[in-house]
Design a protein around this ligand. Structure first.
Ligand SMILES: [Zn+2]
Length: 435
């Protein structure tokens, strides 16, 4: 037997002797027993343990192993793990069909493929936490695999007995953050910060929330622990996780996370970051939404219910033909808004502009709009004017983008027309032609 083949047996003896004898000496003894006395390996192991004052029974107690400790040559293996995937397969053994199961096991140290060669009466399912006793390991493509044969025992454990498998912390730019991500490393500047207190079973707790930005975008965050955060600080969060609110991914971190304060120069200033979150509509769709996003697009349609509208004083719904859908005939209160469709060539979304921005685009206020409509005896005149002003105009729109089953919606906080500089554009075209 070569050294590699002997290694697991030396380890077994070492364990039974609780490390009292060094490995070289055990190897020497083992070689001697095998070659001089010509006894079986099992007998040799028992004899050596006895010789050094140990209990040979200890040889048969399997130490529990973590998945990253499995070498692939264990003949008897005890592990506690969670079944991360499970599938069945029909095979044929000596002409007889047989069902085997295979999948992936995981614990907090890693994952390993496994095969269940004997269908047990236990109904195993993905997600079950199991204790495998007397399984064995081999290797395939240099990777260890666990085999559960006829000599093995399986029992189902309580879920909490195996900690979840966590991937290595993952470095991530703000724009790439998606719902469901865990164990993230995010570096950014705190652009705003707010403290809220709430009641828990253990008394009052503080929640620190705000907006974190890097060169790629901005994200709302919630810190469930007091990390002594400050506005303008550059921080690196290790161990964050992501939840979504109306489609917008939000970064969460609690006392299990690590927060370091970095040098101010690691992230551009907040003035630079203010205009960093430029995104295409298809990027927004893939992400599900964004906080303080900037979209360059054109308005392709302005929907009915835009311009001068009247709202129900009870429920704020838009009144149609003098009646609220819920409250019937009401004296509506005048308001201005735009409900438009933006298109940037990669996709489309619904944009809402509230009264203030609508007044800005029109160049006059609500009272003037009411006067104009009254003079012309036509409420739609304001919508017509907005169409005139906005449709097919290149614009830069800023706002929070949310999503639901009807698609993306941007509530604008800033609208800028990108008036094309005709002369500059002509020059650019000429340059292009002369190249
Ligand atoms: Zn109403």
């Amino acid at each position: 037997m070569n050294e590699k083949e002997l290694a697991p047996h030396i380890e077994d003896i070492n364990r039974a002797l609780k490390g009292k004898v060094n490995s070289e000496q055990i190897e020497e003894e083992l070689q001697k027993f095998r070659s001089e006395y010509r006894i079986s390996l099992g007998d040799a192991k028992r004899a050596i343990v006895k010789k050094f004052g140990g209990d040979p029974l200890e040889l048969y107690l399997n130490p529990e192993k973590k998945i990253n400790e499995i070498r692939g040559d264990e003949r008897s293996l005890d592990i506690k793990a969670r079944i991360l995937s499970l599938q069945d397969k029909e095979i044929e053994i000596e002409g007889k069909p047989k069902t085997i199961f295979y999948g992936i096991l995981g614990d907090d140290t890693g994952t390993v493929p496994f095969t269940l060669w004997e269908a047990k009466s236990l109904d195993l399912e993905k997600g079950d936490t199991v204790h495998l006793k007397n399984a064995y390991a081999n290797t395939w493509n240099d990777q260890p695999q666990v085999n559960v044969g006829s000599m093995a025992g399986i029992c189902i454990l309580d879920d909490h007995e195996v900690p979840p498998f966590e991937r290595e912390p993952q470095q991530c730019m703000v724009k790439d953050i998606r719902e469901g991500m865990r164990n993230l490393v995010v570096t950014g500047r705190i652009l705003s910060l707010e403290k809220k207190s709430f009641q828990t079973d253990d008394g009052e707790k503080d929640l620190f929330s705000g907006v974190l930005g890097d060169e790629s975008g901005k994200i709302q965050f919630s810190a469930w622990h007091d990390f002594r955060l400050e506005t303008q600080q550059v921080i690196r969060v290790t161990g964050g996780y992501v939840r979504s609110w109306r489609g917008i991914p939000q970064l969460n971190f609690d006392d299990s996370a690590e927060v370091e304060t970095l040098d101010d120069s690691e992230i551009p200033s907040s003035d630079v970051l203010k205009d960093s979150s430029n995104m295409t509509i298809s990027q927004l769709a893939r992400r599900g939404g964004a906080v303080d996003a900037i979209v360059d697009a054109v308005v392709i349609d302005i929907k009915t219910g835009s311009g001068l509208i009247f709202r129900c004083p009870e429920c704020n719904r838009v009144v149609q033909k003098g009646a609220c859908r819920i409250h019937g005939k009401v004296d509506g209160e005048a308001d201005l808004r735009v409900k438009g469709i933006l298109d940037d060539g990669t996709g489309a979304l619904t944009m809402i502009m509230t009264r203030e921005l609508t007044e800005e685009v029109l160049g006059y206020d609500l009272d003037r709009a009411k006067e104009l409509a009254r003079d012309r005896m036509d409420q739609d005149i304001i919508k017509d004017e907005l169409e005139e002003l906005m449709i097919a105009q290149p614009m830069r729109i800023r706002g929070n983008v949310t999503s639901d089953e009807y698609g993306l919606m941007l509530v604008a906080t800033e609208v800028k027309f990108k008036r094309i500089d005709v002369e500059a554009e002509a020059r650019r075209l000429l340059d292009e032609v002369s190249v």
